[in-house]
Design a protein around this ligand. Structure first.
Ligand SMILES: [Zn+2]
Length: 61
C-alpha cells in the first residue's frame, strides 16, 4: 500500500480529507479542501452565528 496520499484538513469540521477527491475552493491565494459541498458552502457563507464581520480569534479587539 502506498502512503503518500495528500491528506489535508477540512477547516469547517476538522475532518481529514483527500485533496485528490475533496471539493475545494480558493481564497486569498490558498486552496481549501472540504469533506462535502455542505462544508464548502458553510466556509463560503461564513459561520452560522451572528458574529460581526472582521477577524476572528481576537479576544481584546
Ligand atoms: Zn467537513
Amino acid at each position: 500500500m502506498k502512503e503518500s496520499k495528500p491528506i489535508t484538513k477540512d477547516p469547517v469540521c476538522g475532518m481529514p480529507v483527500d485533496e485528490a477527491t475533496a471539493v475545494h475552493t480558493r481564497r486569498d491565494g490558498k486552496t481549501f479542501y472540504f469533506c462535502s459541498d455542505n462544508c464548502l458552502q458553510k466556509f463560503i457563507s461564513g459561520p452560522a452565528g451572528s458574529k460581526p464581520k472582521g477577524k476572528s480569534g481576537g479576544c481584546c479587539g
